[in-house]
Design a binder for this molecule. Structure first.
Ligand code: DSN
Length: 421
């Protein structure tokens, strides 16, 4: 555990929260599929002297002095990101995934232009145009869905029909709660037939793409990828925009990032991204990604055996979406709360065309990136899935909940959070 010596001395209130969170992370199992544990090298970079520096602009073209090392860091981060994902250009300044998406829309679209994206309850993300977002006030979002919820197959015929009718400027492929693979080739073909830009939001699966276990949309000619760097990619909290080859796109994206929408880049975070990109290009990272997929399959097997309703019937990536309302007659919220009590953290989630409300939906979403970082293998993940099912089956059995809490603690202690990989 980090000792936080200086915080301990000068700020007891904050120190207490740090200790609490360190303990929570160490003594529980993290199954939120968008979370992970970063290396201490990434933490060092994130807490480094670069947090002190302003560096508006881009390498070689900054507004303030003293940029020798910020330029080195940002150039390296861009170079590593491009190599990792096979892109010609990268912007590593977006503060996170949501700003990255907004930057791309603002850079390439005019108000009122259309974006064709995944229906939100079918796995799309808030920033893909949920009515509560500011983007939805500026652009017009049209939707595609799954054709078959029990297999997860996307309705590509419908997607093509909508694309031909609506003529979107961007076709956006990507998701935050979809457990299957998208057919990048089909997306690209449909986009080409209507002259749309292809954008993939790979925030959830960026690590799996970098690790070579899932296909890279650039291989099929996608124009732009957006991502966070803190999910499967196992880096600092941050965003990333990659452009396969179009110079005009990156020029517009750079201008829109700064000065268009952001101020001074978070250079400490850009440094930590650079460290993460190097880690993600190592053979051990590929092995880690293979283990994520194996571990998800191991959990899927248990849920299948126990007849738990899985949206799309299972998973091809790092996450699973369970309909707990149908299976256990409890809401996603109740499921999340009871699992919190035994030290398993995951999140309630809407399921496709959910009849329940977003704050108390029918589903839960869970995934294996973080527990795989801790070294859990397939048999351990099966055990975790069994514990989840038992807790949800016997939600009111207090004695049993205590027993399961002890089991989770035992597993957590067996797999301490690593400092390096
Ligand atoms: N909050 C992220 C997730 O959990 O998928 C997406 O923004």
């Amino acid at each position: 555990m980090n000792k936080y010596n200086f915080i301990k001395k000068q700020d007891k209130e904050i120190y207490r929260s740090f200790l609490g969170e360190e303990k929570r992370q160490a003594e529980g199992l993290e199954l939120i599929p968008s979370e992970n544990y970063v290396s201490y090298a990434v933490r060092e970079a994130n807490g480094s002297c670069f947090t002190n520096k302003y560096s508006e602009g881009y390498p070689g073209k900054r507004y303030y002095g003293g940029q020798d090392f910020t330029d080195e860091i940002e150039n390296l981060s861009i170079k590593r990101a491009c190599k990792l994902f096979g892109a010609k250009y990268a912007n590593v300044q977006p503060h996170s995934g949501a700003p990255a998406n907004i930057i791309v829309y603002s850079a390439l679209l005019n108000p009122g232009d259309k974006i064709l994206g995944m229906d939100l309850s079918h796995g799309g993300h808030l920033t893909h145009g949920h009515p509560v977002t500011e983007s939805a006030k500026v652009y017009k979002f049209v939707r595609y869905k799954m054709k078959n919820i029990s297999t997860g197959e996307i309705d590509y015929e419908e997607l093509e029909k909508i694309a031909k009718k609506e003529k979107p400027k961007i076709i956006l492929a990507g998701f935050s709660s979809y457990p299957r693979n998208l057919d990048w080739k089909k997306f690209k073909k449909i986009a080409d037939s209507v002259g749309a830009i292809t954008m993939a939001d790979v925030a959830h699966i960026a690590g799996l793409i970098a690790g070579g276990v899932l296909e890279n949309p650039f291989k099929y000619g996608f124009d732009i990828l957006t991502s966070t760097t803190h999910k499967t990619l196992r880096g600092p909290r941050g965003g990333l925009i990659l452009v396969r080859e179009n110079k005009d796109f990156i020029n517009k994206i750079n201008k829109t990032t700064f000065p268009g929408l952001q101020g001074g880049p978070h250079m400490h975070s850009i440094a930590a991204k650079a460290v993460c990109f190097k880690e993600a290009s190592s053979p051990s990272f590929s092995k880690y990604c293979k283990n994520i997929l194996k571990n998800t399959k191991a959990m899927e097997k248990v849920f299948k055996e126990k007849k738990v309703e899985m949206i799309t019937g299972g998973s091809d990536n790092h996450l699973l979406l369970l309909d707990v309302y149908k299976t256990f007659n409890i809401s996603g919220n109740d499921a999340q709360n009871i699992l919190d009590k035994i030290g398993i953290t995951l999140n309630k989630n809407v399921i496709p065309d959910d009849t329940k409300k977003p704050l108390d939906p029918s589903g839960i979403r869970l995934g294996t990136p973080a527990i795989t970082t801790r070294g859990l293998k397939e048999k351990d993940c099966k055990k975790v899935a069994e514990i989840i099912v038992e807790a949800l089956e016997k939600i009111d059995d207090k004695k049993n909940i205590l027993k399961l809490k002890k089991e989770v603690l035992k597993i957590s202690k067996k797999f301490p959070i690593p400092k390096s990989f």
